[in-house]
Design a protein around this ligand. Sequence first.
Ligand code: CMP
Length: 196
Amino acid sequence: MQKPQKERTVVLVKPEGVILGLIGEIISRFEKRGLKIIALKMVWPTKEHIDEHYPSHNAWFQSVGSRTREFFKNKNISAREHFGTDDDIEIGRQIKGWLADHLTSGPVVAFIIEGVHAINVVRKIVGHTYPVEALPGTIRGDFSIDTPSSANVEKRAVKNIVHASGNEAEAKHEIEHWFSPEEIHDYKRADEHVMF
Ligand code: CMP
């Protein structure tokens, strides 16, 4: 079994995070928690690269679509009005198209984080997908306020500052998609014997 402290995940600082000058602040939050940056670069991605970054299977479209529809239902807004459909998969597909436009609008900073249960811990530090729902103290809850109800009227992706891999399968795919093996480094942090 892989050691819990060796789990790896990918974080992207999205174009709005870069132009807001938040790269250092974001990286620092992960480092202070005891997580290790083992690869790092700035990239201006192509549409093809983003298209392959996000999954293209129905389960992913369904999950993004149903969470969006649920959000609208709780706000008493008709999802059909914004998306022209109530079908979760179709809603998820539309959102994926907007994500490609958004993530190719400027450079992003991509890095791999390694550490104790990194996938879950990083998602907690990042906060809820919709900034308006994100708790203070999380990256999204401290630096963003966007909501699907304005993003979807404007037919664009929610500006939530960072992306973090959703689960083990996504992390594995994203590591291979963004980095070559030579770009990933193995080293010991000086405080490891104190932290865990
Ligand atoms: P991310 O963590 O990159 O993974 C999927 C992305 O889809 C998510 O962040 C949001 O940017 C985006 N997203 C999810 N739901 C919506 C929505 N209803 N409208 C626009 N973008 C969305």
